[in-house]
Ligand binder design. Sequence first.
Ligand SMILES: *Cc1c(COP(=O)(O)O)cnc(C)c1O
Length: 479
Amino acid sequence: MDIPSFRIHAHKLVDWMSDYLEGIGQSRVQPDVAPGDLRRALPPKAPDMGEPFDNIFKDFNDLIIPGMTNWQHPGWFAYFPANNSPPSILGEMLAATMAAQCMSWETSPAATELEEVVMNWLRQMLNLPDTFHGVIQDTASTSTLVALLSARERVTNYAFGREGTLGTGGQPLMVYSTANSHASILKGVKIAGYGMKNLRRIPVDSARAMRPECLREAIQRDQGMGYRPACVIGTIGTTSSGAIDPIYEIADICQENKLWLHVDAAWAGSAAICPEYRPLFKGIEKADSFLFNPHKWMLTNFDCTAYFVRDTEVLQKTLDISADYLKTRFDEEVTNFRNWQIQLGRRFRALKLWFVIRSYGVEGLQSHIRRHVTLVGEFAEWIDDHPDFEKMAPVSLALVCFRCRPHDKDLNEDELNKFNTQLLDLINRSGEIYMTHTILEGRYTLRFSSGQLFTKDTHVHQAWKIIKECAETLQSNST
Ligand SMILES: *Cc1c(COP(=O)(O)O)cnc(C)c1O
């Protein structure tokens, strides 16, 4: 494709993009497809000769689009949101056009310095202490792995030490979290070499938050057995029910015992830009590392995780590689973010974040967060007021967990699980909205999480109407 044709196609695509976003509420959230549909529609071998872009684009429209889940649909109430926004898309377009590989300052000075500036902005927006240094990672999962590797480095001097063994003197290294923490922690514990059996699941209270006294006991017990406690991972806003671990108390225990405290606020972290929600984050100033995903709830395209860390020396000790061919003239004076992450190469992610923060301003981003907290708060009141529905967990920001429990039917827990499984299936088959589930103490639970740019109060009203209608249909079918 030569540049004159690129220009023509690019203009057409911008029109397509605008139409897509304007009309997104009219399509289904979840596509109506079966496994293998697309595979069968495409040739099994790559074409020998290049094809005109018009043909490719026609297949995109005819074959790909019907099989896409529309995450930006205003009826998206599943999982957590994965935001984008017009300025963020524009940032991605430009970054893709320059296609810079920003591993070192030298390989894109402006990309590195913009990232430093934007991460400082974010740090201030969340009211984090200025002892934190920020870097953009691809995902929360990677950031948690980086934290686990740094914690390991701090207690063992593994990467540069003489011992070359994980546990100091063969001591097993221990990690502490709760059963509600994200699966990425399990993955990180596996990859970083702690081993799954050295991950302790600390008991939780009735709000599913870590019980600090149990953490203290577990650490003492492990120390008594000759183990080496290394890292605690607290969560602000668990994926399952939005539970919030008491970071302030946990941080004190970590300081007393010299443990690395990593805080995973992948979804909820964006809410810290609003002063009224900061009490939920009490104690993060005492953490060693903290992450949140602007790609979840801060209008920025996937992928973009903000990782803040206090001890950049141990971080770089863990991840630094000083191959001769990577050395540059200014290494003493500049930040080389390749040493702050697992991969060598890195995309120019700061650009879209900069576009977003400048386009909306702090106030615009705050009102995005507040709007969804308000919408879910109203939705939760309808749950409370309806005799056939009940909340299964306290409302957490813009997430509420609930189930249907028909008041005139005496269903046991198994029957309720079955009823709610069928209910969610019926709701999602409508195509108008999309929700997902979790299991809380064996109970099948529906999650309603709001956070998309285009979701308005009318969509939340419509969602509630669909949920009630589906519940009525199911009840009348079963009598
Ligand atoms: C979504 C989520 C993650 C994983 O996020 P990725 O960026 O996809 O790795 C981790 N922790 C929590 C609490 C989450 O909600």
